[in-house]
Design a protein around this ligand. Structure first.
Ligand code: ATP
Length: 434
């Protein structure tokens, strides 16, 4: 592991962002638990995403579908068939190739600069099996969802019939997915249990607007990650070439991040054509057609899918925010993502008047914002502690506060302090958090 990754993993454990899963029992490979700060970070990512994708848009609705689906769903989606061959996995890029496809293996080996190692051939089924009911027999065998996508497609008709959506429109979903990854690793980057946030954006195939919407979503997501503080130089698109993408995909690209372990995918934008809905129509025998309200024509829409990993997003937000200078370590997290928006301190913990006023401010602000309280040690130590977890503002109640009802507000990135009237604090913070 690189130095930077080691520092981040250590910080995540020490400050309560991310712990190894089931740690007291020796762990469970490929699982991670989010601590008090990690839970806030993840929640913030999801809330900002949902607001920007669902709340602020008229062409989008959200759903929350089951983790357990009828096994036929995975037959229709191609997952059962595609994931049960004996495969070898490239240890460099994790591409999986059928063990008997000698030419492909050789060709793939040449596509990397470095020497390629392969895992032993294994009958891989990426879908995680579970038994539903009391008997562990074939009939009770189901899969935990390997992606959150299919729960959306199987509800396409339900959404059409129960809401007033009209093409083009999107269905958004956030939720857990599970994969029997053969080689989990790079901290949370490749886990066996992880969370995704996805948009399936359905468009009219007859309007020939596939390219337009595909480009629209590519730009939307690139802008979104940059607006939340990721340095644009650390992001790029990696288009899937013809032979690399699924046979039904009309176009596909990944947004990759320049991570300490190399450029790595954290979301994909895929023009999937009508593959998923057509397959579900075929396998379920139920119509997946959309009736155009103007022309009366019926057709299966195309889908432009955006699929992002929340754990990978959180990891890359943390890596990008991690800043060390000669004096301190701080996380330059965007205020919208920071676990705490502000911390409140009395300058001295043994002065009851200062503590009383600081508590009042803390109790008041926390009605609206996630705010931390700290009265331990000296003020320098408290600043350092908040910097390390990315708290953008530290509010200190000092002796002047008792006289003129103002406090100091210190900015995490510049370390400059403003004097702000207590009555204006909420507006001041809200203005900066936007
Ligand atoms: P990879 O090539 O890295 O295995 P993928 O192409 O299989 O990823 P998709 O099926 O397109 O990934 O899933 C969409 C998103 O879900 C990914 O961009 C990633 O952010 C997230 N994701 C997929 N697999 C994992 C995993 N094992 N751990 C964490 N996140 C994952």
């Amino acid at each position: 592991m690189t130095d930077l990754m080691e520092k981040i993993v250590a910080l995540c454990k020490r400050r309560g962002f991310i712990y190894p899963g089931s740690e007291i029992y020796g762990g469970l490979g490929g699982t991670w638990d989010y601590g008090p700060l990690g839970a806030e970070l993840k929640r913030n990512i999801k809330n900002v995403w949902w607001k920007d994708v669902v709340q602020l848009r008229e062409d989008m609705v959200g759903v929350d579908t089951s983790i357990m689906l009828n096994p036929k769903v995975w037959e229709a989606s191609g997952h059962v068939e595609a994931f049960t061959d004996p495969l070898v996995e490239c240890k460099v890029c994790h591409a999986r190739i059928r063990a008997d496809a000698k030419d492909e293996i050789e060709k793939h080996g040449k596509s990397h600069d470095k020497k390629v190692d392969w895992t032993e051939p294994q009958k891989f089924n990426l879908l995680v099996k579970a038994y539903l009911g009391v008997l562990e027999d074939k009939q009770a065998e189901i899969y935990l969802r390997g992606e959150i996508t299919q729960g959306v497609h199987v509800n396409f008709k339900n959404v059409l019939d129960s809401s007033r959506v009209k093409l083009p429109f999107g269905i958004a979903q956030i939720g857990k997915a599970f994969r029997n990854e053969i080689t989990p690793g790079n901290f949370t980057f490749r886990s066996r249990e992880f969370e995704q946030m996805e948009v399936q954006y359905y468009i009219n195939p007859q309007k020939d607007e596939g390219e337009k919407w595909y480009e629209y979503w590519k730009k939307f997501w690139m802008d979104w990650y940059i607006s939340l503080g990721i340095n644009g130089d650390n992001l790029h698109f990696k288009d899937h070439k013809e032979g690399e993408r699924a046979h039904y995909a009309k176009a596909a690209t990944d947004i990759e991040y320049n991570s300490p372990f190399g450029w790595a995918e954290f979301m994909g934008i895929h023009h999937r054509g009508d593959w998923d809905l057509s397959r579900h129509e075929q396998y379920s025998g139920q119509s997946m057609k959309y009736k155009d309200p103007e022309t009366g024509e019926e057709f299966i829409p195309w889908d432009i899918e955006s699929s992002a990993g929340i754990d990978r997003s959180a990891l890359f937000f943390l890596i990008d925010a991690y800043t060390e200078d000669d004096k301190r370590v701080y996380l330059k997290l965007h205020p919208k993502l920071a676990p705490f928006k502000a911390a409140v301190f009395p300058l001295l913990a043994n002065k009851p008047d200062l503590v009383k006023l600081a508590r009042e401010i803390y109790e008041d602000l926390k009605q609206d914002l996630m705010v931390a309280w700290d009265e331990r040690g000296n003020i320098g130590g408290r600043y350092a502690s908040q910097d390390e977890i990315g708290t953008p503002f530290c509010i200190t109640v000092d002796f002047q506060s008792l006289e003129d009802k103002t406090v100091t507000v210190r900015d995490r990135d510049t370390t400059k302090q403003d004097r702000v009237k207590i009555v204006d604090l909420r507006d001041y913070l809200n203005g900066k958090i936007k």
